[in-house]
Write a protein that binds this ligand. Structure first.
Ligand SMILES: Cc1cc2nc3c(=O)[nH]c(=O)nc-3n(C[C@H](O)[C@H](O)[C@H](O)COP(=O)(O)OP(=O)(O)OC[C@H]3O[C@@H](n4cnc5c(N)ncnc54)[C@H](O)[C@@H]3O)c2cc1C
Length: 460
């Protein structure tokens, strides 16, 4: 084990204290998917994962991993043995020479960021949602808000995978590299990811600023934003023509060290500022639910209360804003389509009161070579429609309507959001979809990781 940082690390290869339970119903966070696994095995080490998968394979059982449960479709819902990775946490090693750090796959994005921060480092390609696990984020192609960075899946350095039959494999650009373009985004279909190795950069801080801008103007400026900014995110209440732009630039080592010294003060200020908008968001959601025809007025008023201005330096790219938005459907589009998508979303939300409290988040993701990635081969604009609340029939109808619109406009789904795509449709629009199927057959020849959602996606 390479340990050059002096940080507390974990011996991930020894047997842990896996706990096994039966009769537990699993449900994702939004309540849009559930299952009754025959057993849930809560693993704490790589060896636990190997043991659990081999045991399942010997018994002829299905096996599937779950992370923090934020994905909105049933891709984690397992009928057989569920490998719960939420206790598979911690930093395993740091490699200074290559600028990489290896974490157990159940470590959340926030935990990994915090660990790296102690080390004066920040994660390259960090996903935007800090509560998801690294294993869940890499399995679904989660992305952050750096316009020139590709998705997390495209930027991970390597993975340790326990295949469907229980074989332990290191997969990187150099080791078992033929598996890498498929393993980087695998929807849990090749086995269980036990470790994720990320790249980091040292001594940088992000200077963040918020501005209110006309949405059409923002869309016209996308090419320039992609070329010139290090953080870019539009939060738009789609009943209005004004949107909040959060934009940021990475600063150098000296500024970062200065920020680190001021960190406690800085983080208290940011937390206090974040509390009020959350209360206002809840008020807006309640009002929009009971008086949906007032949505444009409520949204204009809500826009006026939003803080703008320079937020100062941050040591990671975490910027609050998603916690209250339980349901999301995100599709990614070639940049040239962004104007049409925004215009059509505006029309969609005014025509249906189910969208009275909707929010739209727009971000930019760089092209990659990951086979199942919606950004395969081209830079994209990610448009995410968010609905507050839990999954129910009314919300499902609204999500479906949004998805139909996004598909008509030529988008491809973020696999972590809500979607109903099936294998035939995906194969039609994703050039390497069937190549993924071949690698999947190599790594999980007996389909141990099958579940209903994967059957829909992979059998065509
Ligand atoms: C409020 C909210 C905000 C979000 N923000 C963003 C965002 O900013 N950007 C973005 O791109 N996405 C975003 N998402 C989507 C989110 O990043 C993905 O849903 C992510 O997959 C969730 O990770 P998880 O740990 O919850 O995984 P889960 O939901 O538990 O699992 C997701 C998939 O990954 C598989 N999986 C999980 N762990 C492993 C493992 N160790 N080995 C093999 N397979 C595994 C599961 O089987 C399943 O197929 C958001 C979702 C929500 C609800």
């Amino acid at each position: 084990m390479t340990t050059t940082s002096g940080l507390a690390t974990k011996d991930s290869r020894s047997t842990g204290v896996a706990r096994e339970r039966t009769g537990i119903r699993w449900e994702n966070k939004a309540g849009s998917a559930s299952s009754l696994p025959t057993r849930v095995v809560r693993v704490t080490s790589v060896q636990d994962v190997v043991d659990a998968v081999r045991h399942a394979a010997i018994n002829g059982e299905q096996v599937h991993a779950s992370g923090a449960g934020y994905a909105l479709t049933g891709i984690a819902a397992a009928p057989g043995v569920m490998i719960d990775t939420t206790d598979l946490r911690g930093m395993v090693r740091v490699d200074d020479k290559h600028g990489t750090a290896t974490f157990l796959a159940g470590t959340t994005v926030n935990e990994a960021n915090a660990e790296l921060r102690k080390y004066g480092a920040t994660m390259v390609g960090a996903p935007g949602d800090g509560q998801t696990t690294l294993g869940g984020a890499v399995s679904t192609g989660a992305h952050g808000y750096a316009p020139r960075e590709a998705s997390f899946s495209a930027l991970v350095y390597g993975l340790t995978v326990v295949t469907g039959e229980g074989k332990l494999l290191e997969i990187t650009e150099r080791l078992n590299s033929h598996y890498f373009p498929a393993a980087r985004l695998s929807l849990g279909a090749i086995g269980v990811i036990a470790e994720v190795t990320v790249e980091f950069r040292r001594n940088t801080a992000l200077r963040i600023s918020r501005k209110r801008r006309n949405i059409e103007r923002l869309i016209s400026d996308i090419p320039e934003a992609r070329a010139k900014t290090d953080f870019y995110r539009i939060d738009w209440r789609p009943h209005t023509d004004q949107a909040m732009l959060t934009v940021g630039w990475l600063e150098d080592e000296v500024a970062a060290i200065e920020a680190a010294t001021r960190k406690p003060e800085l983080e208290t200020k940011v937390a206090a500022a974040a509390a009020k908008p959350r209360k206002r968001a809840r008020f807006r959601e309640k009002l929009a639910k009971f008086l949906p025809f007032l949505a444009p007025v409520i949204d204009r008023a809500a826009n006026m209360f939003e803080r703008t201005g320079d937020e100062g330096l941050r040591l990671t790219t975490e910027v609050s804003g998603d916690a209250d938005h339980g349901l999301q459907v995100e599709y990614q589009f070639p940049a040239a389509r962004a104007r049409d998508v925004v215009a059509e979303v505006g029309r969609l939300v005014t025509a249906n009161k189910a969208f009275a409290a909707a929010n739209v988040r727009i971000s930019l993701v760089a092209a990659d070579g990951v086979w199942l990635s919606p950004a395969y081969g081209q830079d994209v604009v990610a448009v995410c429609l968010q609905l507050p609340g839990h999954f129910d029939a009314a919300n499902e109808a609204a999500l479906r309507e949004t998805e139909n619109l996004f598909i008509d406009l030529g988008g491809l789904p973020n696999w972590g959001g809500w979607h109903t795509l099936n294998g035939a449709e995906a194969a039609y629009v994703m050039p390497r979809y069937s190549d993924f199927g071949h690698i999947r057959s190599d790594l999980d020849p007996h389909g141990r990781t099958d579940n209903t959602a994967l059957n829909r996606l992979l059998k065509h």
